[in-house]
Design a protein around this ligand. Structure first.
Ligand code: SF4
Length: 359
């Protein structure tokens, strides 16, 4: 065993915070199950009750018009394209009604960077949704959308976020992070916000009381050091604000995109990164297992590698679906999956508060 791997395991045993070098060494640990067992011990310490939570919510992709053109995206269409759309309020209301009819509590509005939509559009949309459904929780807009709204409307970041909050925005999803390493971002999404800007948006949001989630997409050909750099930047911001509720990572899906020739990461890489993230992100309470991108079977195994949450059950997601991902599950399947892993299913809200234990 190399010296750094040895010191990394010593840090895990001692419960000491891992350095970036130790994190990188753990990514190279050949014994996957040793990593999983260590991550699972952390998960048990944080969540001794044994629940695996999930949320009933719905993603509403309100527009696919986007001028940013990320190379890994098969969802966007340029302005004026015959397949472009902006959902009407009536369409959005109908989808929320459907979601509420089956117990959904949260809406996740997410779309492209549409040059015709400024702050007024979002204020009208959020206010209309909140006045018709006052109890509904709006977990909406990736940081890159917030940046686009600010730029399009000539507003500062804090003004933009404050106005969105006043119109009804409750929390921010972690979309648009991909990999928080500019060298990779310049290659796969050269017109998207920088890593610093993504972090700044979340920092300003946290300062206004808008909590968020942190995400990571891997498989762009990045090095282990760059994967750890991503985790390190999230951990640093979390130390300063405490505003991240969870960490969610998934493997790159590239069908129908400019990166179609890229070989997607293997399942073991997903598990390895999850376990190291659980050990590295000592200031994050919740880590997700991603059934949308990884499929139900791997997501179930991931529950033994540090994950305590299965994410969203009522997906209506078009961004990943455009790359060929077609996983669809219902609450009953989630419950079976969780019980099959020897854990207790529980429904949560966006704040990760338990609403119902399905024992
Ligand atoms: S990932 Fe988002 S920002 Fe990038 S092209 Fe697709 S819709 Fe636009």
């Amino acid at each position: 065993m190399s010296l750094s791997l040895e010191t990394a395991w010593q840090a895990v045993v001692d419960g000491r915070r891992l350095t970036p070098e130790e994190g990188e060494a753990l990514l190279g640990e050949p014994d996957l199950f040793r990593l999983g067992a260590a991550a699972d011990r952390v998960r048990r310490r944080l969540h001794p009750e044994g629940y695996v939570t999930f949320i009933r919510d719905r993603i509403l992709n309100y527009t696919n018009v986007c001028v940013t053109g990320c190379r890994f995206c098969a969802f966007h269409r340029p302005p004026g394209h015959p397949e472009s759309f902006v959902r009407s309020l009536d369409e959005i209301f109908r989808k929320i009604d459907e979601m509420e009819a089956v117990g959904g509590t949260t809406v996740f509005l997410q779309g492209g960077h549409n040059p015709d939509l400024g702050i007024d559009f979002y204020e009208r949309l959020f206010s209309a949704v909140k006045s018709r459904y006052p109890h509904l929780y709006l977990h909406s807009l990736a940081a890159s959308e917030v940046d686009h709204i600010a730029t399009t409307s000539g507003l500062s970041l804090s003004e933009t976020l404050l106005r969105l909050q006043q119109a009804g925005l409750d929390s921010l999803p972690g979309g648009g992070a991909e990999l928080l390493v500019d060298e990779i971002r310049r290659r796969v999404s050269p017109r998207k916000i920088s890593a610093d800007r993504w972090l700044e948006i979340h920092q300003v949001a946290h300062g206004l009381g808008i909590e968020s989630t942190a995400t990571m997409v891997f498989g762009f050909g990045e090095t282990p050091k760059q994967r750890i750099e991503h985790l390190e930047r999230l951990r640093n911001l979390q130390d300063r604000t405490g505003g991240f509720r969870s960490f969610i990572h998934w493997s790159l899906s590239t069908r129908w995109t400019d990166l179609a020739a890229t070989v997607p990461p293997a399942g073991v890489e997903y598990l390895r990164l999850l376990a190291v993230a659980r050990l590295y992100l000592d200031n994050f309470r919740h880590l997700h297992s991603g059934w949308v991108t990884e499929g139900a079977r791997l997501a179930q195994v991931a529950l033994d590698f540090g994950a305590d949450d299965l994410g969203s059950v009522l997906m209506e997601e078009l961004v990943l679906a455009a790359t060929g991902l077609r996983h669809r599950y219902h609450s009953e399947e989630f419950v079976r999956l969780i019980r099959g892993a020897g854990r207790i299913p529980a429904v949560r809200n966006s704040r990760y508060e338990i609403l119902e234990v399905l024992s």
